[in-house]
Design a binder for this molecule. Structure first.
Ligand code: FES
Length: 103
């Protein structure tokens, strides 16, 4: 079960567990991580679940890439959508950056 460290834009970090969570979005919701809204609840229509993630995981699919390109605010090369990241694909320790804003 990966432990996940979320770092806010001001450098504040918080490490949480991912027990019982299918996706990174579920981890965010379970632990009420600030700055990641996940407004559409994982339906891939909002991009407000954007995170910065460099872990060695499967690359973003075309639909995820399109959403980041079209809707994500301040996207970076390492931008991913938390609702598309499966906890089972993550290494044991993961660092996740929270964007300055989601819209
Ligand atoms: S929660 Fe809306 S696209 Fe991920």
């Amino acid at each position: 079960m990966p432990s996940i460290t979320f770092t806010q834009p001001d450098g504040t970090a918080r490490t949480v567990d991912s027990a019982g969570c299918e996706t990174l979005m579920h981890v965010v919701i379970k632990h009420n991580i600030a700055g990641i809204e996940a407004e559409c609840g994982g339906q891939l229509i909002c991009a407000t679940c954007q995170v910065y993630l460099t872990a060695p995981i499967p690359p973003a699919g075309e639909d995820e890439q399109d959403m980041i390109g079209d809707l994500a605010v301040d996207p970076r090369p390492e931008s991913r959508l938390a609702c598309r990241i499966y906890v089972s694909d993550l290494p044991e320790e993961v660092a996740v950056g929270v964007p300055p804003r989601q819209r």
